[in-house]
Design a protein around this ligand. Structure first.
Ligand code: ADP
Length: 264
């Protein structure tokens, strides 16, 4: 019948469309993988000479080639700080390309949150000691052992804590861990009493290279990549990072992740 003929034509057209879309998707995936590979190679190639530049700069700064005048020292210090900034950007781009290329696999193990936070505190201690801030840890009752990627959880918390310290001039920074039995999710929050974030930026700052202050004379330095890495890592853990902030009062960033990874 006419209707059957029409259905047949439409089905054939749909199949053709489908095949076209499938080919396009493969092409896009290949292009994206090539881009990630290029970025990874490039970052890697940049790192070696840059480490040499930083090494020689530090030798000069330490007076290995003779006593330096104050202006020479100042200029070398600028080379050093710009070089270190560049190295940070390169390392963070490498992290992102590794995640995107699936070359940062999950390493699951059983571990305790209390001990992980102790380790984070010990690592941040030199920075905390130099600040005017008090950092306190608060562990919820009955925190269960977790089965997740310890290194990735740690990297996210370190990042959130170093941001909290950077954007808070004085006061208290609290690190809080909780378990929500109804959802089997853990939350680790970093609460600061710092400069806060304008609502217009609260989603943007999780994107690559996005910072609230994008002026050339940025007051806080940084790369704008830390939170986008946190977002990707949280995603790998089967979780997310949320934010609550009031400008002028402070911010709370929270990592939410399942106690055990869910099967997909
Ligand atoms: P970076 O800190 O290197 O700039 P991030 O991706 O970690 O990169 O953060 C992006 C931006 O988000 C920061 O530049 C800052 O503007 C804002 N931000 C992040 N954490 C805080 C915080 N605790 N308080 C206020 N602003 C923050």
């Amino acid at each position: 019948t006419l209707l059957e003929a029409r259905v047949q034509v439409a089905t054939a057209e749909l199949a053709e469309q489908n095949e076209k879309l499938r080919r396009q998707a493969i092409q896009l995936e290949q292009a994206s993988a090539a881009k990630s590979q290029f970025l990874a190679n490039m970052s890697h190639e940049f790192r070696t000479p840059l480490n040499a530049i930083l090494g020689y700069t530090n030798m000069l700064l330490q007076g290995v080639s003779g006593e330096l005048t104050p202006p020479q020292k100042r200029n070398l210090a600028r080379i050093d700080s710009n070089g270190r900034h560049l190295l940070e950007v390169i390392n963070e781009i490498l992290d992102i390309t590794r995640i995107e290329a699936g070359r940062m696999p999950l390493h699951l193990s059983d571990f305790g949150i209390a001990e992980l936070l102790q380790e984070v505190m010990a690592e941040m201690d030199p920075i905390i000691a130099r600040s005017k801030l008090t950092v306190t840890t608060h562990l919820g009752a009955k925190l269960p052992p977790v089965h997740s990627d310890r290194q990735k959880v740690k990297q996210v918390v370190l990042n959130l804590l170093s941001n909290a310290l950077k954007f808070t001039h004085e006061g208290v920074v609290k690190v809080l861990a909780e378990y929500v039995p109804s959802t089997s999710m853990l939350t680790i929050s970093v609460e600061d009493s710092g400069i806060g974030i304008d609502p217009a930026y609260q989603e943007k700052i999780f994107e690559d290279f996005q910072q609230v202050d994008s002026s050339p004379t940025r007051a806080y330095g940084g790369t704008g990549l830390g939170l986008s890495i946190c977002r990707r890592l949280a995603d790998m853990l089967g979780g997310r990072v949320s934010l609550q902030s009031t400008p002028g009062q402070g911010s709370t960033f929270t990592l939410h992740f399942p106690r055990r990874p869910r099967r997909t």
